[in-house]
Each structure stands twice: as structure tokens, then as C-alpha cells.
Design a protein around this ligand. Structure first.
Ligand code: F6R
Length: 600
């Protein structure tokens, strides 16, 4: 979603900001802009559209050594040049960029901004106008900035520049990610370390309700009451090559191909030298102590949760409920006596999941976050974290993080079974190693999936995915992947549900992708395939070796039955990828979507 960068130093800030914004493109945005300052002149350039357009729009002659930049994903007001950040105060003295949502912006407007004509429909402009109003009363920018921040309710990451002070960027944060990057003779700020890896790998974490005075040679973190906070920097784990496409045409394809590697890394990270599972003992204890697990997640991570429930119930014998984060608060179930909340989130920043975490923490329930970004908000605010070790996922459509989530959940299930003394005839590391090999074999057959995408999806308006048992959950993930990147209307259904309504949608040539990887339901899913074929469907069956029948479109290499979802999703990822390519879609940056969904 929205992204922030800021630079203060001696080099040309505009190029550093533009490069930083390019690194944030993957998060999803619809407009972008920068404000840079030299010799107390502020130059602003904003566009509706891509960073490439912003680059063209920016005046190359401007040389400034201080600036802020932003990518916007519209919340208040449609995508437009007027609503793009930076926004300026009435006099033009203050310029601001902001991520998040100001919940009380209407109250602030009514109470403090009467008589000020607003130029945009954003909540952000309210903040910059408020700062100027308070400055006019207090005559102290730093105090006015802190006072304004104190008045705001909601989530924000803010960077502000003052046309009369070429030595400072003012920063504030609450619930939205923001980091300060440290350099030699310069300092930076960014909502994601990826944006500034080009210039530094040294970062300072910021806590909620802290403000920062960012100067060329000095960084001062303050609490809202002005107290100065000392904090040690940390070194970013990423390096620039982790976030480059290399020889791949798209990040999504690179990330699909990385999946065997990620599984092997997970095996390494979660195994000790005696080949036993290595897991934080506190997580183990929390799993042992609980009487029910509540998995909270969104989108693809929710789909991983549905599979995770199978692992946790079958291996560890703990009842599990899986909830869509955005719905949980409205329909909170009756909780068990000793619940454990498990938050699954690639980014660790999903606002819907965080809202539930805040609520369940208030109720005093323990929380475990499973995430690809340790140090993310969900990771910091939960009691425990399990890391996915998937490496940065840049394509908006999640692939390697999803399979990593399932793998970590399988390990967690087996570890809990071991801790509870439940005997299992299942070695998760060995079985995951077999899965990694199977994935690799499939990734080498991309032409098959390209052909399937062409045969089944080149011109269709819609597509259905069917499966039974855990194949059903993989089917809904396949449908999500296809719709988000190819814009084909796609839905996943339980095979048995078809006849209760959905079968009415099947007509001549409708593509139906069926998964047949589970021995117990092979006959029944095959029956469903016949039902749709009889009504004209174009059926593509993806089966598991040993359960295959002649005419199947693809036969997956055999893996342990319970782990099939980690393998069977790969063809669906690849088919979606090629379908999107055939339709000339922007695979890595699908329309309207954001990688890290930081608004509720
Ligand atoms: C789809 C996708 C989204 C995310 C969802 C939750 O490919 O990536 O559905 O899974 O927005 O995001 P995280 O996992 O970051 O909480």
C-alpha cells in the first residue's frame, strides 16, 4: 500500500527518492509524488500513475539535498494528482507525506481548520493544515508537530518538511511501519527498508507514538512529551540482490521457482544437529498449554490457515478454528478456556489481522505470529513469532510465502504432537524434502503449464476450481491467484457443493480445474468432473501419481498425502502466471491490489 521515503544529506535527493519509490512499487499504488528542498525553496511534483511517469515529470534541473516521497494507494478520495502526496499547508510552508488512516480527520477539520480551503479530499491534508495552525499559535515547529500528532487518532507514518528549515525532516509513527536509516553524512526514512537498501543497511526501529528529528548528521527520537529516546541501530538482513529480478521476466516467476529452496531453508532453520525439530521453547509451551487454536489471517494466508488446521488437528490433536481477520470482530466466537491466537501474515502488517490482535491482547489471550517479516507490527506485538524464512516476496500475488506458511504449520503441528507425547509415523523434515524435490521437478516443466493456460484460459471470461477435502482449500487459493493477476472471474468450490447451485453456471466451454490428490475422495471428485463435462465444461484434471487416470492434464509427483497442498498449488500458480501473461496483464503489480494491506 502507501509507501514513504525521505532523504537528508549532501547528494541529489530527487534521484535517491525516485529510486526508493521504485523499490516500493511492488506494494501497490495509484499515484506518486516528491517534495524536495534546496536553499529554502520547495519543489513538488506529483502524478496519477506510475513512478516512470513521475520520473518524466520531475524537473531534472532541480538540485536538492533534502526531500520526501510517497506512493499512494487511495483511501480518502480517488486516485488523482490533487490527492497524491505530498500535500502542503495553506501558506505552502509545510509539506507532508503520510501512510495510514486518520480516523478523526473530520473532527480535526471541524475543530481546528475552519476557514481553510482544502485542496484535496485526503485525511493527510488535514494533518499538514493542522500543523500549520498549531505552529501559528505555538511558534515552535517541533512542538507544533508533536502536538498535532497527539491530536490524531488512527494509524500514521508521517514525514514533514518545513520550507524555512533545510536541516530537518520531521517524522512520526503510530501503527504504520516506518524506519530510520543511518548513513555517513546523510540519514533516510522509509516505510520499508527495501526502499533505502541502495544507500544503507543500518536502521533504527521506531515505536508507536514516537517522533523523530532527522538531520544530516544526527537523529533524535522523541516521545510525544519531548523526552529523548536512545536506541541502538540494527543491520537489515536483506541485501540489494535479494530484491532484484535477476534474469527472470517477473518477480512472481522467480518466487515460484524459489519455493524448493525456501522449503530447504525452512528444514535447515527448524532442525537441530540431532535432526530434531528446533523451535522456540516458549512457542512449544504455548502450544501445549492451549485447549483451542484460533487462526486469524486474510487472503492467501487465510487459505494457508485452512490447510494449517488440518496439520494441527491431525498431528497435534488440538481443535482449530480458522477466521477471516476482517470478519472476526463482528462475529467473535465463544472462546475456549485457554485459547491461543495464531496470526498468519506474510507481511506482518495486515491491518485487519492487527485489529484482531489488539482486541485479543486486550482480552489477555496469548498470540503467536507466523510471518515472513520478523520485526513487523504483528511480530512485535504478539507474544511469540515463527519466521517463514521465505526471503522478500515482491510480487503482489503471494506464492513462496504461502507454501512456506504451510510448511511451518506442518512442523509446528508435529512438534506439538511430539511435545504432547503423541506418536506419529511421520518425519516432517524428510517429507518436506520430498516435497521440495517434487516442486523442483514441476518447475522444470513450465511449458506444460503455459500450454494448459493457453488451452483452458486464453479467452475465457470465467473459470472454476473444484476439489474435495484439502484439495478444496488449494482450489480456492488457485482461484484467488488466477483472479488477482489475470482478472479472470474465478471461484473455488467443494466438489460436492456444485450440484447445490454452482453447476448452473457451467456452460459449453467453461473451464473447470479439478484437483484429485486425495485417495479417499478420488472417486467422488472424478464423479464431479464427469458432471461438469456432461454439461459442456472444459475439464483440466490435476491428479497425484498413483491416483491418476488417462486423460488427466497433469500428474503431480507423489508426496505424502497430507502435504499435497504444498505441491498441488504450484501448477495453479504457474497456470495463473501464464494466463496473466497471455492476457498482457501486469503480473507483478495487478490493478487495485497492494502487497501489504495496512488499512482495515
Ligand atoms: C494474495 C495475497 C493476499 C494476502 C493478504 C494477506 O496473493 O497476497 O491475499 O495474502 O492480503 O496478507 P499478509 O499475508 O501479508 O497478511
Amino acid at each position: 500500500m502507501c509507501g514513504i521515503v525521505g532523504y537528508i544529506g549532501y547528494d541529489d535527493s530527487k534521484e535517491i527518492l525516485l529510486k526508493g519509490l521504485e523499490k516500493l512499487e511492488y506494494r501497490g499504488y495509484d499515484s506518486a509524488g516528491i517534495a524536495v528542498m534546496s536553499k529554502e525553496d520547495v519543489y513538488i511534483s506529483k502524478v496519477k500513475g506510475r513512478i516512470a511517469q513521475l520520473r518524466e515529470a520531475v524537473d531534472g534541473n532541480v538540485h536538492a539535498t533534502l526531500g520526501i516521497g510517497h506512493t499512494r494507494w487511495a483511501t480518502h478520495g480517488p486516485p488523482s494528482q490533487e490527492n497524491a502526496h505530498p500535500h502542503q499547508s495553506k501558506s505552502g510552508r509545510f509539506s507532508i507525506v503520510h501512510n495510514g488512516v486518520i480516523e478523526n480527520y473530520l473532527e480535526v477539520r471541524d475543530e481546528y481548520l475552519s476557514g481553510i480551503e482544502l485542496k484535496s479530499q485526503t485525511d493527510t491534508e488535514i494533518v499538514v493544515q493542522l500543523i500549520e495552525v498549531l505552529y501559528n499559535e505555538m511558534n515552535d515547529v517541533s512542538a507544533a508537530f508533536r502536538k498535532a500528532v497527539e491530536l490524531l487518532k488512527g494509524s500514521y507514518a508521517i514525514a514533514l518538511i518545513d520550507a524555512e528549515d533545510a536541516e530537518t525532516i520531521y517524522i512520526a509513527k503510530n501503527k504504520s511501519p516506518l524506519l530510520v536509516g543511518l548513513g555517513d553524512g546523510f540519514n533516510v526514512v522509509a516505510s520499508d527498508s527495501m526502499a533505502m537498501l541502495q544507500v544503507t543497511d543500518q536502521y533504527l526501529e521506531l515505536m508507536d507514538k514516537e517522533t523523530v528529528l532527522l538531520r544530516r548528521e544526527r537523529v533524535e527520537i522523541q516521545k510525544l512529551d519531548g523526552t529523548v529516546v536512545e536506541r541502538e541501530p540494527f543491520t537489515a538482513e536483506l541485501n540489494e540482490s535479494d530484491i532484484e529480478k535477476g534474469t527472470y521476466p517477473h518477480f512472481m516467476l522467480k518466487e515460484i521457482d524459489e519455493q524448493p529452496l525456501v522449503l530447504r531453508r525452512i528444514i535447515q532453520e527448524y532442525q537441530d544437529e540431532n535432526n530434531e525439530i528446533k523451535l522456540d521453547p516458549d512457542v512449544r509451551q504455548a502450544m501445549k498449554d492451549c485447549d483451542r487454536i484460533y487462526i486469524i489471517a486474510a487472503g492467501t494466508s487465510y487459505h494457508a490457515g485452512l490447510i494449517g488446521k488440518q496439520f494441527l488437528e491431525k498431528f497435534a490433536q488440538i481443535p482449530v478454528e480458522v477466521h477471516v481477520a476482517s470478519e472476526f470482530s463482528y462475529n467473535m466466537p465463544l472462546l475456549s478456556e485457554k485459547p491461543l491466537f495464531v496470526y498468519i501474515s506474510q507481511s506482518g502488517e495486515t491491518a485487519d489481522s492487527r485489529a484482531v490482535l489488539v482486541q485479543t491482547k486486550e482480552l489477555g489471550h496469548p498470540a503467536l505470529t507466523i510471518t515472513n517479516v520478523p520485526g513487523s507490527t504483528l511480530s512485535r506485538e504478539a507474544d511469540y513469532t515463527l519466521h517463514l524464512h521465505a526471503g522478500p516476496e515482491i510480487a503482489v500475488a503471494s506464492t513462496k510465502a504461502y507454501t512456506a506458511q504451510m510448511a511451518v504449520l506442518a512442523i509446528l503441528g508435529v512438534d506439538t504432537a511430539n511435545a504432547k507425547g503423541i506418536e506419529l509415523d511421520f518425519d516432517p523434515m524428510q517429507e518436506l524434502a520430498i516435497v521440495a524435490n517434487a516442486m523442483e521437478a514441476m518447475a522444470d516443466q513450465k511449458d506444460v503449464f503455459e500450454d494448459l493456460a493457453r488451452e483452458f484460459l486464453a479467452t475465457t471470461r470465467n473459470c472454476f476450481f473444484i476439489g474435495r477435502s484439502i484439495d478444496y482449500y488449494v482450489g480456492i487459493e488457485g482461484a484467488l491467484k488466477l483472479k488477482e493477476i489475470s482478472y479472470i472471474q474465478a471461484e473455488g468450490f467443494a466438489g460436492g457443493e456444485l450440484k447445490h447451485g454452482t453447476i448452473a453456471l457451467i456452460e459449453e466451454g467453461t473451464p473447470v480445474i479439478a484437483l484429485a490428490t486425495q485417495a479417499g475422495v478420488n472417486d467422488s471428485i472424478r464423479g464431479n468432473v464427469q458432471e461438469v463435462i456432461a454439461r459442456g465444461a472444459n475439464a483440466c484434471v490435476i491428479s497425484m501419481k498413483g491416483l491418476d487416470k488417462s486423460g488427466d492434464s497433469f500428474v503431480l509427483p507423489q508426496v505424502h498425502e497430507i502435504l499435497t497442498p504444498i505441491v498441488s498449488v504450484l501448477p495453479l500458480q504457474l497456470i495463473s502466471y501464464y494466463a496473466a501473461l497471455h492476457r498482457n496483464c501486469d503480473v507483478d503489480k495487478p490493478r487495485n491490489l497492494a502487497k501489504s494491506v495496512t488499512v482495515e
